[in-house]
Ligand binder design. Structure first.
Ligand code: FES
Ligand SMILES: [Fe+2]
Length: 438
């Protein structure tokens, strides 16, 4: 990729085409539980290279304002949340969740109080997350209600994983089908029919996992839709003694949502700034209470998102980049003795660490001076879609969107097996997230 396109693709700082594109969507802005109670301490939210302050007022309403006070630019992170407002501790100006000024103790000109206001952004709480819209008010899209958001709290388990990598790089890793059988080979089904999960525990493998990862060269096909792309990785393989065509279809929804065919999981790869990404993961199931045990720990062990593990490794929002956490400086804890003995292929502690190590070893923003092969098609098409979307917005056109609310509700990944001559596109014609794995 040429350096100019690479920069247009990855730079999300204010004033860039990618910033303008991403601003046209509702952005996940943390866990709703980050603001547990009315009049609690404010929190900083950083998105697209901008700093905001979020607070929950006395009525429980969440407000998000630019972090710096519009008066003389002191940080509202130092502010006091009370009496239905956030109060700047410098000169005592008080702001409501909508940015209007309730009190200006150092000014008795009522007209200035009416004229001035803080930049306040529309906020929603849905699916266990906070959401904010940073774009032009007259272009605000309808809030996208997806299937998982409407579920009761006990049926979904939201997690946030932090990484020091550009968001496009993280998305590429999630669309990259051929690394599974190499990098993550220790997690593949073993002769006894189990797969290894974090902390050296195991769980039974499904027949789907076995075929998906068996052949290292899949045929990758891509279908473009109004909202993004569907990418299918098609592998010929054997399951229970029969020849099958295994199809793993991933959905990419611009600008940063990916549905992978691995149980019910929605991934939102949110750019905090050009070099930092928060990966929002929602595990959900219409029937099973994923927020409760034993599901909760089981999911977290299988994916390396156990809170204490994420903390220790530096994958939590709080510990990202903290001393002693995993980075290129300590080679991500790679254990060469275990590699040499054949005990471990990567020498790294399973899935999450393997991905984090490879993705960030490219540098926080990869230069994309690559030698690509046909199996990389999904990655190439996602980049192209994203760049075209940014160009469209720069020309004054609308950003990619679903045709209607119904289409948005039904987008998802599919993992299935089809007969020769069958077209995988039929499987996504009326997509719901379906798979045998959970
Ligand atoms: S800087 Fe905030 S009130 Fe003056
Ligand atoms: Fe991976």
């Amino acid at each position: 990729m040429n350096p100019r396109d690479n920069e247009r693709l990855t730079d999300v700082s204010p004033g860039t085409p990618m910033h303008a594109l991403c601003s046209r969507y509702w952005l996940p802005a943390g866990l709703a539980s980050d603001l547990p109670e009315p009049d609690g301490a404010p929190i900083r939210v950083r998105l697209l290279g901008r700093n905001l302050v979020a607070f929950r007022d006395s009525d429980g309403q969440v407000g998000m304002l630019d972090e710096l006070c519009p008066h003389r630019r002191a940080s509202l992170m130092l502010g006091q949340v009370r009496r239905g407002t956030i109060e700047c501790i410098y000169h005592g100006w008080r702001f409501s969740v909508d940015g209007s000024i309730v009190e200006m103790p150092n000014c008795d000109d009522e007209r200035l109080k009416q004229r001035y206001r803080a930049n306040a952004y529309p906020v929603k709480e849905a699916g266990g997350f906070l959401w904010v819209y940073l774009g032009p008010k007259d272009a605000m899209p309808e809030f996208p209600m997806h299937e998982w958001m409407a579920l009761p709290e006990r049926n979904r388990h939201p997690r946030i994983i932090a990484s020091r990598s550009n968001f496009v790089q993280v998305m590429e890793g999630l669309l990259d089908t051929t690394h599974l059988g190499v990098l993550h080979q220790d997690s593949l089904p073993r002769a006894d029919g189990t797969v290894k999960v974090v902390n050296n525990t195991t769980r039974p493998a499904s027949r789907f996992t076995a075929v998906s990862n068996s052949a290292k060269v899949p045929v990758v096909e891509v279908e473009e839709r109004s909202f993004g792309i569907y990418a299918a990785a098609i592998r010929e393989g054997m399951a229970d003694g029969e020849a099958v065509r295994d199809v793993r279809i991933t959905a990419y929804v611009a600008p940063f949502t990916i549905y992978v065919a691995n149980g019910h999981v929605t991934l939102m790869i949110v750019p905090v700034d050009t070099e930092t990404t928060h990966l929002y993961i929602v595990y959900w199931d219409p029937e099973k209470p994923f927020a409760e045990e034993p599901y909760r720990s089981d999911i977290e062990r299988g994916t390396g998102t156990l809170p204490e593990v994420a903390e220790r490794w530096g994958f939590s929002r709080e510990t990202l980049g903290a001393p002693g956490t995993m980075s290129m400086a300590n080679h991500w804890g790679q254990d060469r003795a275990r590699m040499a003995s054949g005990e471990s292929f990567s020498g790294l502690e399973l899935f999450a660490m393997e991905d984090a190590a490879c993705t960030s070893s490219m540098g926080t923003v990869s230069d994309r001076q690559e030698m690509l092969v046909p199996a990389d098609l999904a990655i190439v098409r996602m980049r192209r879609f994203l760049l075209a979307a940014a160009d469209a917005v720069a020309r004054g056109e609308a950003p990619p969107a679903f045709a209607d609310a119904e289409a948005a509700r039904h987008v998802g990944a599919v993992h299935t097996q089809i007969a020769p001559g069958e077209d995988w596109r039929e499987a996504v014609a009326a997509t719901a997230t379906t798979t045998e794995e959970a």
